[in-house]
Design a protein around this ligand. Structure first.
Ligand SMILES: Cc1ncc(COP(=O)(O)O)c(C=O)c1O
Length: 358
């Protein structure tokens, strides 16, 4: 008889229009299992340069190399640059729907099929979005997502990888059995050690073996969870539409009330699912963040340009991701922010600029 985890995995696989899904410790664990199961080694995995750095750490620890491509103003990988790439030994492209904006998969798949590159769909920041009538996460043969803090389905930790290939699924399941299994408390303590390392040295190419081990332990594990976890995951899937409508309402409030020439909202597509509501702040971004922090308002500056943490023998320049790194400020639109908060936070930001710029 199937246990509750397997039943939930079946529902996730159906949701993403896949044959199989595996619940993992986090999205990075799923990506690592997939790269291993496909046998990718010493290959390039192409990533947008504004991806959360845990992803290129994962690629490096899988024995492959991240290859970064700059982004567009929407925060999505620049497909024109990808199309122009002349690069050997590419195994796969991570097609990430970043900030809830949806990547043009028709174009991406055309580029990748012509070169025989695998595509991994990353829906960690865009659960519940649609692309040409299809669910985001159903557009390629492999999909990863995260159920970590601030995600559309926020269970504190966890992730999944879904595939169509039965052999790849069987291998991932086998490899996952060799990973340690963490409950939420163990995960938090591994994450704390990793954060302490990042605070002093985020440079992958400078890490010694024991520093790599700290990263490895925080990224690759299986989930030790009670039945409640799986029930909440299923509930999250059922309520995604509602969750996204609520996030869109908060984004609308930010958009309506934020008024100052010192900031502008980041480019959001009409069909975006708002992972965060991002504003671009020219100058004073860090002062504003500090001001919000003092008022106990949740705001962050994700994501920085990731290439600098890896030793790369490329001449690539990344003007857009380096500009965004300096200007981006994420306002949270999940359960930590009520509709009333969204309005109040906007007014606090407006009056901050009015007082410092007068
Ligand atoms: C776009 C994207 N992909 C993958 C990940 C990794 O997810 P996890 O933290 O569950 O490993 C993240 C994490 O924030 C992310 O933002």
């Amino acid at each position: 008889m199937k246990d509750i985890k397997e039943k939930t995995e079946g529902k996730i696989a159906d949701y993403f229009d896949k044959k199989h899904a595996l619940i993992t410790g986090r999205a990075c664990s799923g990506l690592w299992l997939y790269l291993k199961a496909k046998g990718y080694k010493d290959n390039f995995i192409i990533l947008p340069n504004n991806i959360c750095t845990v992803v290129p750490y994962t690629v490096s620890l899988s024995g492959n190399k991240p290859y970064f491509v700059d982004i567009e103003d929407s925060g999505l990988i620049d497909l024109k640059l990808l199309d122009r790439l002349k690069l050997n030994k590419v195994a796969a492209v991570l097609g990430s729907h970043l900030y809830g904006n949806i990547l043009d998969y028709q174009k991406l798949l055309r580029i990748c099929r012509a070169r025989n590159w695998d595509v991994i769909e990353d829906v960690a920041q865009a659960m519940g979005a649609n692309y040409r009538g299809k669910i985001a996460g159903s557009l390629a043969d492999c999909t990863i997502t995260s159920f970590g803090i601030g995600k559309h389905i926020d269970l504190g930790y966890g992730g999944m990888v879904a595939v169509n290939d039965g052999l790849v699924f069987e291998k991932m399941t086998r490899f996952q059995k060799d990973l340690p299994s963490y409950d939420l408390e163990t995960f938090k303590s591994k994450l704390d050690s990793f954060k302490r390392l990042l605070a002093v040295n985020p440079y992958f190419y400078k890490w010694n073996d024991s520093e790599k081990d700290i990263c490895y332990e925080a990224l690759f594990f299986s989930l030790k969870a009670e039945d409640d976890y799986y029930l909440n995951l299923e509930k999250g899937l059922t309520h995604l539409k509602k969750e996204n409508q609520l996030r869109a309402k908060k984004a609308e409030l930010f958009s309506k009330h934020l008024r100052n020439n010192a900031l502008k909202p980041m480019l959001f597509h009409n069909d975006a699912t708002y992972w965060r509501f991002n504003i671009l702040v020219k100058g004073r971004r860090d002062e504003l963040l500090q001001h919000l922090k003092e008022k106990r308002i949740k705001a962050t500056k994700y994501f920085e340009a990731a290439d600098k943490y890896f030793s790369l023998d490329t001449e690539n320049k990344f003007p857009v991701s380096y500009r965004q790194e300096k200007e981006i400020l994420n306002l949270w639109v999940g359960k930590e922010t009520s509709l009333k908060d969204a309005e109040e936070i906007s007014l606090i930001i407006n009056s901050y600029f009015e007082s410092v710029l007068k």
